[in-house]
Write a protein that binds this ligand. Structure first.
Ligand SMILES: *Cc1c(COP(=O)(O)O)cnc(C)c1O
Length: 222
């Protein structure tokens, strides 16, 4: 008998074109649900809180790629740096500097995305497009030998207006292309955009990594 999670997962997978990676966003869902997704072949899971991630990780198989997608406090960086596959939510230079510092101690190279804020809602987190370009123009990879900036992550405005949502994704895609053309970093190749309610639009506008929670696991119990 296939589980509901496996069924939903299969549906999402079948709706994604080749080349678009699926992050199963499992925050607030119990370990049993993650196991069901794992048994259905899912290997990339996204979590947004360090303590929850730490608790789940030790209960689940080692071949899972854990992605961190929430706001990350600098004092928590050291817990996840040894094993994290990708940090989507680098929203300040201070945070990137701390990731570099902790990764250098191991040493390992940690893949990171810069979080860019394009949505209508106010938020404390993320670079504006201009800040992102300004930061990268000043960026000296040799000073950050233990981080690899692999791309960008962003969210669209929280609205039913699909035109606005699409416009936000287009803004992110343009910024992504501009960085690629300007800096020609061979490993800058991930554009993480799209969630349960808007990943189809995101994929249409050029996303190659979607972060889907509710559609796979159901509503979160906070
Ligand atoms: C929670 C979360 C998601 C998943 O949201 P759903 O609507 O449940 O698909 C995606 N990205 C980020 C950054 C999140 O915090």
């Amino acid at each position: 008998m296939t589980s509901l999670v496996a069924e939903h997962l299969d549906k999402v997978r079948r709706s994604l074109p080749n080349g678009v990676a699926l992050v199963a966003v499992s925050k607030f869902h119990p370990v049993e649900d993650l196991f069901e997704a794992y048994r259905a072949g899912q290997r990339i899971f996204g979590e947004s809180r360090v303590q929850e991630l730490e608790e789940k990780r030790v209960q689940l198989p080692d071949d899972i790629c854990w992605h961190f997608i929430g706001h990350l406090q600098t004092n928590k960086v050291r817990y996840i740096v040894p094993y994290i596959s990708l940090i989507h939510s680098v929203d300040s230079v201070k945070l990137l500097t701390e990731i570099e510092r902790q990764a250098a101690r191991l040493p390992r190279v940690v893949d990171c995305l810069l979080e860019v804020h394009v949505a209508a809602e106010e938020t404390k987190y993320g670079f504006s497009s201009d800040e992102c370009l300004a930061f990268l123009s000043d960026f000296h990879p040799e000073e950050y030998a233990h981080v690899a900036i692999r791309g960008l992550m962003g969210m669209a405005s929280n609205t039913d207006d699909e035109t606005r949502v699409a416009a936000d994704f287009v803004t992110l895609k343009r910024l992504f292309d501009e960085v690629r053309i300007r800096f020609q970093w061979p490993h800058f190749d991930i554009l993480s955009m799209g969630m349960s309610h808007d990943y189809n639009i995101a994929v249409r506008e050029g996303s190659n990594m979607v972060r889907v929670g509710t559609t796979i696991f159901g509503e979160r119990q906070y």
